[in-house]
Ligand binder design. Structure first.
Ligand code: SAM
Length: 293
């Protein structure tokens, strides 16, 4: 039925739009165009058994994320890297959204009693803009992510902090898949908190990532899942996930909280959403058991 609808003449404009978009990542599309093209793609892929997405090949998933900067058909690798070096300074509107999210992250850390001096581990830090901002705010940071190009950008950030007179140990970057991040930082003391911002939903196995992160915590340490998308995201971002060959899935609040508990983080704090209609992004934290007194 879905295949019949997708191949019908009524879907031809949406199909043509999606075909042009697949050939050109940055094709300018209106909101209605994105909705039409994305809905057609879901319909067609549902008929072919490709939607909802299933992630079966870990190496392929890792490779796609590691080669992200080289995979855009509208940008060269150098252009993509140059674009990410300056995140969040993209457009005034995007800057405003990202800096509001950063402010919220900082406030949530404060609500969890984590202030300057605390040692934080970030998962999926990308080009590391939040990692650097938090280091400037006085925290001590280890940023981890899967793409080597992003680690190179991060190392440039460390050099620039040192050039400004900040201590080098305030910020470091390591390449690591978040599903096994504990192995990558096994030589370091455990962390006061681990956080992931808008990246857990890109993981090949987000449940494994939560467990690996929990193993990096000190007794009484917090794992914070920040601005991770809700269920609707699987539909809304399916078009982008196909264009960028990356994972874009939405997660449910109950599933996230259940996994935090399974990872031994029994004290749970949910900051958002207040009313879960499967739309608003999650801000949720779980705490490891405090050391016995
Ligand atoms: C949407 S970006 C967000 C990056 C960063 N948190 C930010 O706000 O700029 C998602 C990031 O997750 C990283 N990523 C994807 N899969 C990963 C994995 N399995 N382990 C570690 N990082 C991963 C990607 O390389 C990318 O940098």
């Amino acid at each position: 039925m879905a295949g019949w609808v997708a191949s019908g003449p009524w879907c031809a404009p949406a199909r043509r739009l999606m075909e042009r978009n697949l050939a050109r990542y940055d094709l300018p599309l209106s909101h209605a165009g994105k909705l039409a093209a994305g809905s057609w793609l879901i319909l067609r892929d549902y008929a072919d058994g490709r939607f909802p997405p299933r992630f079966e090949d870990q190496q392929a998933a890792y490779r796609a994320e590691m080669e992200f900067h080289s995979s855009m058909n509208s940008y060269t690798r150098e252009q993509s890297i140059a674009g990410h070096v300056v995140k969040p300074f993209w457009t005034p509107r995007m800057f405003s959204g990202y800096t509001r999210a950063f402010t919220r992250l900082w406030e949530v850390l404060q609500a969890l009693d984590l202030g300057p001096g605390a040692r934080l581990l970030e998962l999926g830090c990308g080009a590391g803009w939040m990692t650097e901002f938090l280091a400037l705010g006085g925290f001590s940071l280890v940023g981890t992510t899967i793409a080597p190009d992003d680690i190179a950008i991060g190392e440039g950030r460390v050099r620039s902090l040192v050039a400004r007179g900040l201590p080098a140990e305030r910020l470091q970057f390591r390449q690591a898949p978040m599903e096994s991040v504990d192995a990558a930082v096994a030589d370091l003391p455990r962390f006061d908190a681990v956080f992931v911002f808008e990246a857990l939903h890109h993981a090949y196995d987000w449940q494994a990532a939560i467990h690996a992160a929990a193993r990096c915590l000190k007794p009484g340490g917090w794992l914070l899942l920040a601005n991770e998308p809700n269920r609707l995201h699987t539909f809304v971002s399916y078009r982008v996930s196909r264009l960028t060959n990356t994972h874009e899935i939405g997660m449910s609040g109950p599933a996230l909280r259940a996994e935090l508990r399974r990872a031994g983080l029994d004290e749970i704090r949910t900051f958002a959403p207040r009313l879960d209609l499967r739309i608003t992004a999650h801000w949720v934290a779980g705490r490891s058991a405090p050391a016995p007194v």
